[in-house]
Design a protein. Sequence first.
Length: 61
Amino acid sequence: MEKEFISERQAALLLEVNPHTMKTWREKGKLDGMFIEKKYPNISRVIYDKLKLLNWVKTFR
């Protein structure tokens, strides 16, 4: 099974939170192992493993 990665904006929409909340959770270590951060000279991009996020959010419902 191939992993499906989604953007930070898509992840925020999926979890029904603000994209800034995603950043805060990342910085606090709550999303460790669920994202990849790609850094370029002037910007960085964050993508999330959709399946891991969905499994993680189930623990709160």
